[in-house]
Write a protein that binds this ligand. Structure first.
Ligand code: NAP
Length: 487
């Protein structure tokens, strides 16, 4: 029997894209499953002057298919109120407090508050300060804050932001979202790794030749050119999603799955990443920027021609790198990472290449790779590629795939990333959120690379849209005698 959590959500950025596309549908799913029911209310705030009725209409539409708004969607939306609010104006917090207190009474919420900061992080410090000064954080019930990326643009700015927020909230009240941590298959990775002695027995440098992590996107920067041109793939993808995946793949088994123990193990990995010299970095990291595709000139524009992008931009839209994790488990096992925009497909996949000392019984022909693959998106599943006998009169090897792909029906009960993560916040479970110590360690590592990259001007653009990135990315892995498993 599901127990509802009493909660008042205050969503800063209630008119924004994230709120409409992700948050309202996620809250609706939690409502349909009874995690939220009678004792919940939402205040959406932003500068636009909207009425409650209009806001409720927007919310009902956001959780409905096309034109059919159900009674249930309307009932859900009736829990929503709107306040026009410029977060920089102090007096708005007074009205916000009055509204919050009255909704708390109306829905018997008993002081539980979730503040969702779904707007530019440059406002987080101001919002946190005012929430405290104007006593919107409550004495009774819980106060929890959900924070979106990007959390800073380097270690000093992330620390400054963190210090500002920490003037009001403790680390234990902060839930920093990395939506990859809400993905079904990333959570499944923990189950597969720690739920099978077989897997745990080969999960080390003795049996793993290399690990490859690919987060490829087929789209370009679309309408995010202005932001992206100041960020680039290293900050936008590697600092957060890629390093989070690396830390989960490489960490030692935590004592329990509680946030404290998982964070401790992840931080150990992030702090064990080898910092390269300039020469090593040139050998082990590749950056790229997409160009048009000469074969399909009408289909794609180059990054430098995108809206709000500098026409001489040196911003990277692709990163590939070889990471070294200096722990006994991963001695001499490289982790190759690869992420970029305008690549062939939108895919997230982790490929673990196992050593294969097959006996010299099969003639000259090389045996195929033995690979354990975790397919995260768009397919979701696990495959093990082994050498088997090709059906026929003689013993000849071929690669065979043992595969478990989750069907739509199997995934029907699997919540979307945001539903899962907001559900965790309601339960007060921060295991799948990013602790400050993880953020600090990953920013320091990224700043080191950024600092060296920023001292030289790359020769961009260097890969055609629709490819798998610059040729140098293939050479990077080939110099160790390997190749990308996913092509
Ligand atoms: P957005 O569509 O531009 O929304 C920004 C929101 O902030 C709007 O509701 C805007 O409303 C409000 N706002 C701006 N200035 C304000 C002010 N001075 N006072 C009060 N409200 C103000 O952005 P978004 O895409 O929703 O993204 C929000 C945050 O989530 C960003 O930090 C983004 O990086 C992060 N994020 C977004 C996504 C996504 O899928 N969209 C994914 C991951 C992370 P008014 O104009 O009405 O004031």
């Amino acid at each position: 029997m599901i127990q509802e959590t009493k909660a008042l959500f205050i969503i800063f950025g209630g008119t924004g894209d994230l709120a409409r596309r992700k948050l309202y549908p996620a809250l609706f799913k939690l409502y349909q499953k009874n995690y939220l029911k009678k004792h919940f209310a939402v205040i959406g705030t932003a500068r636009r002057e909207w009425s409650d009725d209009y806001y409720q209409e927007i919310v009902s539409q956001a959780v409905s298919d096309e034109d059919t708004v159900t009674e249930e969607a309307r009932e859900f939306a009736s829990h929503f109120r709107y306040q026009s609010h410029n977060v920089n104006d102090t007096e708005h917090y007074e009205t916000l407090k009055i509204l919050a207190d009255s909704l708390d009474q109306e829905y018997s919420i008993e002081g539980n508050r979730l503040f969702y900061l779904a707007m530019s992080p440059s406002f987080f410090g101001t919002i946190s300060k005012n929430l405290k000064d104007q006593q919107l954080v409550t004495e009774k019930g819980f106060d929890r804050v959900i924070i979106e990326k990007p959390f800073g643009s380097d270690f000093p700015s992330a620390k400054k932001l963190n210090d500002q927020i920490r003037n009001t909230f403790d680390e234990s009240q902060l839930y920093r979202i990395d939506h990859y941590l809400g993905k079904e298959m990333i959570q499944n990775l923990m189950a597969v790794r720690f739920g099978n002695s077989l897997v745990e027995s080969f999960w080390n440098h003795r049996y793993i030749k290399n690990i490859q992590i690919t987060l490829s996107e087929s789209l370009g920067v679309e309408e995010r050119g202005g932001y992206y041109d100041t960020s680039g793939a290293l900050r936008d993808m590697v600092q957060n999603h890629v390093l989070q995946l690396v830390s989960i793949l490489a960490m030692e088994p935590p004592q329990t799955f509680c946030a404290e123990n998982v964070t401790k193990e992840k931080v150990k990995i992030l702090s064990s990443l080898k910092y390269y010299s300039k020469e090593e970095l040139d050998n082990h990291f590749v950056r790229g920027q997409y160009a048009e595709n000469p074969a399909r000139p009408d289909e794609y524009s180059a990054y430098r021609q995108e809206e709000k992008v500098d026409e001489k931009s040196s911003t990277e839209t692709f990163v590939a790198g070889r990471l070294e994790i200096q722990t006994p488990r991963w001695k001499d096992t490289p982790f190759y990472i690869r992420t970029g925009k305008r690549l062939k497909d939108k895919t997230t996949q982790i490929d673990v290449e196992l050593v294969n000392h097959s006996l010299p019984l099969f003639g000259e022909k090389e045996t195929a790779k033995t690979v354990f693959s975790l397919k995260v998106d768009p397919d979701k599943g696990i495959s093990l590629y082994l050498n088997g006998k090709k059906a026929g009169p003689i013993i000849e090897l071929e690669s065979i795939e043992l595969s478990k792909l989750y069907t739509k029906e199997e995934l029907v009960n699997s919540p979307e990333d945001y539903e899962k993560l907001i559900g965790d916040v309601l339960k007060g479970n921060s295991t799948n959120f990013v602790h400050w110590d993880e953020l600090a360690a990953s920013w320091k590592f990224i700043d080191h690379i950024r600092g060296m990259w920023d001292s030289t001007t790359p020769e961009f653009p260097n890969y055609p849209s629709g490819s798998m990135g610059p040729e140098a990315s293939d050479k990077l892995i080939a110099q160790d005698g390997f190749s990308w498993f996913l092509n």
